[in-house]
Design a protein around this ligand. Structure first.
Ligand SMILES: COc1ccc(C2=NN(C3CCN(c4nc(N)nc5sccc45)CC3)C(=O)[C@@H]3CC=CC[C@H]23)cc1OC
Ligand SMILES: [Mg+2]
Length: 333
């Protein structure tokens, strides 16, 4: 008879009182609430003999290690984790990945931006930030995020993987590092090209479903998966998407202010102007986001059709908004 996993994370003689206590926490602790729920729903707690109180301790510490910046805060960590959870259920890949890979993917998603300073890699590099020196300008933020995530595991009361064998832990660690480092936008073009080549080769082989043998093929799909989850704002309903844009613009504009104060060139995304918001969304979707989601859509066809439709509608909305803005400004001229 399997021991029941405590729904609230810990055994208690007063579940109702604890539920009342925990409710406001899920408001203040969205990352912990969402991730704990996903671990429960995917039965990861039982499968990997994770001690529930350790999972809560780890998630509390992880959530508190996300900085209070406008966009790359704990809400973004929670959002990418939830998006990863949904994408893993796409019919085209549902039966492809095993529970170890799913554990690694969910964990990588929730930790992927921990301790983000709200500044971009180019900014950290050109200001010779300690992190850029430490990581030799190579995926500076992403190396930092995954290092912090594993540092938090070193405390025994937070080591949620204590019941994995050394070999299982080694492979889990490699997968998580590979996935978090793949969220560096500088890796986008290579990552997508390799993904497209893999799908082309699979199509040639005539298999109507994805068969992935090697670690390299399997991790390549998982890297593109976390990259999709990280670039999923534009595939969400417009009112949700708009809120993410507003947060991101505040974060980029603050960096632009810092660049101006330091006498540095202002990064293209960080220039305050009424049209940059729409222009950059359209540019970002055309150059990066749509090509990635179109490739993902070909893998999980027709599962991503709604995503691709929403992405197209969101792009059209920005094009209309930009046209209205520029026509109104030309009228005034
Ligand atoms: C909601 O809307 C957004 C959310 C996130 C981002 C991000 N943007 N970038 C980069 C993207 C390429 N960038 C571009 N640079 C230049 N020069 N031109 C251009 S045109 C178009 C882009 C672009 C630099 C920033 C990051 O690395 C973030 C960290 C990891 C993932 C995506 C995150 C962006 C959003 O909307 C734009
Ligand atoms: Mg990141």
């Amino acid at each position: 008879e399997e021991t029941p996993i405590p729904e609230l994370g810990v055994e208690t003689p007063q579940p109702e009182e604890l539920r009342v206590e925990l409710n406001p926490i899920s408001g203040e602790r969205p990352l912990t609430a969402i991730t704990y729920r996903i671990f429960q729903e995917r039965d990861l707690i039982r499968t990997f003999s994770i001690e529930p109180h350790k999972l809560l301790s780890y998630l509390f510490a992880l959530e508190d290690s996300y900085q209070q910046v406008p966009y790359h805060n704990k809400l973004h960590g929670a959002d990418v984790c939830q998006s990863m959870h949904v994408l893993l259920n796409s019919s085209g890949i549902k039966d492809v990945f095993n529970e170890f890979e799913i554990l690694a993917a969910i964990f990588a998603a929730v930790v992927h931006d921990v301790h983000h300073s709200g500044l971009t890699n180019p900014f950290l590099i050109k200001t010779k930030n300690d992190l850029a020196i430490l990581y030799n300008n190579e995926s500076v933020l992403e190396n930092h995020h995954v290092a912090v995530a594993f540092k938090l595991l070193q405390a025994d009361e937070r080591n949620i993987f204590s019941n994995l064998s050394a070999e299982q832990m080694e492979t889990l660690r490699k997968r998580v590092v590979d996935m978090v480092l793949a969220t560096d936008m500088a890796k986008h073009k290579t990552l997508l090209a390799d993904f497209q080549n893999l799908l082309e080769a699979k199509k040639m082989s005539g298999n109507d479903y994805l068969t992935l043998e090697s670690y390299d093929d399997r991790i390549l799909v998982l890297k593109n998966l976390i990259h999709c989850a990280d670039l999923s704002n534009m595939t969400k309903p417009l009112d949700t998407y708009s809120k993410w844009i507003d947060r991101l613009m505040v974060e980029f504009w603050k960096q632009g202010d810092a660049e101006r104060d330091l006498g540095l060139d202002i990064s293209p995304m960080c220039v305050r102007s009424p049209t940059t918001k729409d222009k950059h969304q359209i540019g970002f979707i055309n150059s990066f986001v749509h090509p990635l989601w179109e490739t993902w859509g070909s893998l999980v066809y027709p599962d991503a059709n709604t995503i691709l439709e929403t992405l197209a509608q969101n792009r059209e909305w920005h094009e209309a908004s930009l046209a209205a803005l520029t026509s109104s400004t030309t009228d005034n001229s």
